[in-house]
Write a protein that binds this ligand. Sequence first.
Ligand code: ATP
Ligand code: MG
Ligand code: MG
Length: 550
Amino acid sequence: NEAVSKNFIEQIIDKDLAEGHCKTVHTRFPPEPNGYLHIGHAKSILLNYGLAQEYNGLFNMRFDDTNPTKERSEFVESIKEDIKWLGADWGDRLFFASNYFDQMYEAAVKLIKKGKAYVSDLSAEEMREYRGTLKEPGKEDPSAGRSVEENLELFEAMKDGRYADGEKVLRARIDMASPNMNMRDPVIYRVAHMTHQNTGDKWCIYPMYDFAHPIEDAIEGITHSICTLEFEDHRPLYDWVVRELEYENPPKQIEFAKLYLTNVVTGKRYIKKLVEEHIVDGWDDPRLVSIAALRRRGFTPESIKMFVELCGVSKANSSVDYAMLEYCIREDLKLKRSRVMAVLDPIKVIIDNYPEDQIEYFDVVNNMENEALGSRKVPFARELYIDREDFMEEPPRKYFRMFPGNEVRLMHAYFVKCNSFVKDENGKVTEIHCTYDPESRGGNSPDGRKVKGTIHWVAAPTAVKAEVRLYENIVDEELGVYNEDGSLNLNPNSLTVLKECYVEPGLADAKGYDSFQFVRQGYFCVDAKDSKEDALVFNRIVSLKSSYKL
Ligand code: ATP
Ligand code: MG
Ligand code: MG
């Protein structure tokens, strides 16, 4: 049954189409260009774009830039880049709400003429007093009785700059006794002597969001205006605006629950503080969940899409575990990326019976589960690096990796047996000496001898040195994200920088955003910001294992 698997928004749309309320589906994504987009916005983008695709409709990209503040235009480009990267294609349907200021002004005049709006002299504080409380109805604004002519004159004077900020406002005349506070004669226009990034100094009055948004939707022919739950009790006002302005095909507002991630900082205020205090490396620090940060960390559009789809669309607020996002990127990369060897914390291994200066190549399949990725040649030599955790001087029981006297498999290559090791004056192991069995080429011995441990390695003479960055949650989950005073409990171990790592030579040409599986270590992505041609930097996207089950 198709209807059952459809989400509640699709069910509303189906009904609207069936009953002839609309002929096509037309959605939009309306960000305010006042910050970077985050994973929550991705949900809204993919939802709106996805519905337009599904119903063969239209999708508008609209900057909701009706509120003039200084630092706005810089965000327009970053938002566009993020949305393109996510795969939402607005084609030539790019709009700016500030281009509708004339129509919004005309709409306000229309309301005044209908006796549905008036200019008020109340200060913000007086207005709060008059508005009443949830238990008490509000009081009539002393200006509410002004004639249409007087209101038209005063509103024009507001537009002409004859009043200071806050001196006069335009209010919709609805119902001061409404149980819904939003309906108690809401302010729809205010005076603000500010320069707007698009319209410059043309206007010194600006529409309020609740008035502007339904007009934007109506002008663009939006059929379903999808927003988040906190706007639910603004809907009566949305409907009032489109009804009183007598639009022929009024848009319909539908609310869904915001996406929240458990123990993850998404609030702009907090992230701004982390950026300003240099606790993170900008809005795209790989520990954050802005779209730019996720992209830099190595998440793919497909993984975010999968995540958003798994979250579903609902009317009830809930919080999703970050582990689900990690699950999605593992699932996406599993078959798509090569599995290569990288040593993050190197110890040198010397194979004493291997010819000096010889380099031989092993044919290694890039991804055992996906033949299409082909194979590569991996060099092997007398001197290699292995990871420090793959060697122990005195191993505990059940340790099957390298230790004196033990034989292990060097992945894809040979059996080697550890004979001795060298320590420096601090007792740190600096060198391990082994012998290899030439008969075990390819990783198996013809005499059927078994080894229990298989470890990865990189040949020293051809190794590419790289920096690797490992991440944990930026906040301390044990202590709880927020303190009572609103500060964050930071995790001091959220970033580990490993400066001397070695990767296979095949990775030398890797470019920003390229990603790989490093066998046994996880998925890693070339950092597009800090990586240089001869100094690669990798971010760990995610480790290989998880307790997360779908
Ligand atoms: P923030 O304050 O986190 O930036 P916002 O609501 O101010 O969020 P807008 O630029 O106004 O950001 O949002 C653009 C669109 O994205 C809106 O339709 C909004 O409802 C939606 N949106 C914002 N946050 C989320 C979220 N966490 N989950 C789903 N949709 C979201
Ligand atoms: Mg925003
Ligand atoms: Mg907003």
